[in-house]
Design a protein around this ligand. Structure first.
Ligand code: TMP
Ligand code: ASP
Length: 272
């Protein structure tokens, strides 16, 4: 992918924060930060550690591609600009400490928790909230708990739920044209300087379960978690398939009159 030269490319200044898979740098603009994607990989709340060569570049490219498309679909995101192979410029936000997990099929901790096999379709799909805390292993949390403990307001949770549902509608169709079955994924949101709730963090093979639509082969971080081998190749393959299907017609669900939220998001983006 080519990076068009910016007139005044924002330079990363001091390191503000380092997480498991990304670093966040200040820029000269207090409203913007640079996110740098690392090759470091962790799983099971950092009990398992390693590196995946090229992962930072794949996750940066995949996140930039999907966030640009989600903006066009009407989902507000923190993404501003791709700066380089590992770097992207994003809005500085206050991260809401609530992780939102969307599940279209059983897998992972869900399959374990409820004693069911992996891969069963979930109808309706399941949206879960977890507390963002490695120390506590991201415990699942219902809405009352999140509100009572002051992690989010009721209105914010409703917004997270609606945005996550819209993201899922788009991503299921988007990955499908790339021959990938979106099993589940995790989202994080932040509040920007204008008080807007926006999609933050990343969407990548680190944060999604993606199965080949034909063969069921796992093309995501489960290859690392479960020592399946071919981790680097799987990440590259996801990137390749997404880039090869940019602009393809998507089979998006029909939105009926009840689906105010989806329409609302489109109206907002049309007004912007
Ligand atoms: P789980 O089955 O481990 O609960 O994970 C569900 C989905 O969310 C899976 O695609 C991995 C993703 N996920 C993250 O990206 N980060 C996390 O901290 C957790 C708990 C899940
Ligand atoms: N991202 C989390 C960790 O690093 C959980 C996971 O992906 O398994 O531990």
């Amino acid at each position: 992918m080519a990076y068009p030269p910016l007139v005044n490319p924002p330079a990363p200044r001091e390191l503000l924060y380092e997480g498991k898979a990304k670093q966040v740098f200040a820029t000269d603009d207090p409203r913007q930060v640079v996110v740098r994607f690392k090759d470091d990989a962790t799983a099971f709340n950092a009990e398992k550690r390693g590196t995946v060569a090229g992962k930072g570049e794949v996750n940066n490219a995949v996140t930039a591609l999907l966030y640009g498309e989600l903006e066009d679909f009407g989902v507000p995101t923190h993404f501003l600009e791709l700066l380089g192979p590992r770097d992207q410029l994003v809005e500085r936000v206050r991260i809401v400490p609530v992780e939102v997990i969307v599940r279209n099929r059983t897998a992972g901790t869900f399959a374990k928790r409820y004693g069911v096999e992996e891969g069963l379709p979930l109808d309706p799909n399941v949206i879960e909230f977890c507390l963002k805390s490695d120390a506590l292993q991201d415990p699942p949390m219902n809405a009352a708990t999140a509100v009572a403990l002051g992690h989010a307001t009721e209105e914010e949770l409703e917004e997270l739920f609606d945005l996550a549902a819209s993201v899922n509608d788009y991503l299921v169709a988007r990955f499908a044209v790339a021959g990938l079955d979106l099993v589940d994924f995790k989202l994080e949101f932040g509040v920007d300087a204008d008080g807007r709730m926006v999609l933050a963090d990343e969407i990548s093979p680190d944060t999604c379960r993606l199965w080949d639509a034909e063969t069921g082969e796992k093309l995501d971080k489960d290859r690392f978690r479960r020592d399946l081998g071919g981790v680097e190749e799987a990440y590259q393959e996801v990137r390749r398939r997404l880039e090869a299907t940019v602009g393809a017609d998507l089979d998006l669900p029909d939105f009926d009159a009840d689906d105010h939220d989806h329409e609302h998001h489109h109206e907002e983006s049309a007004d912007a």
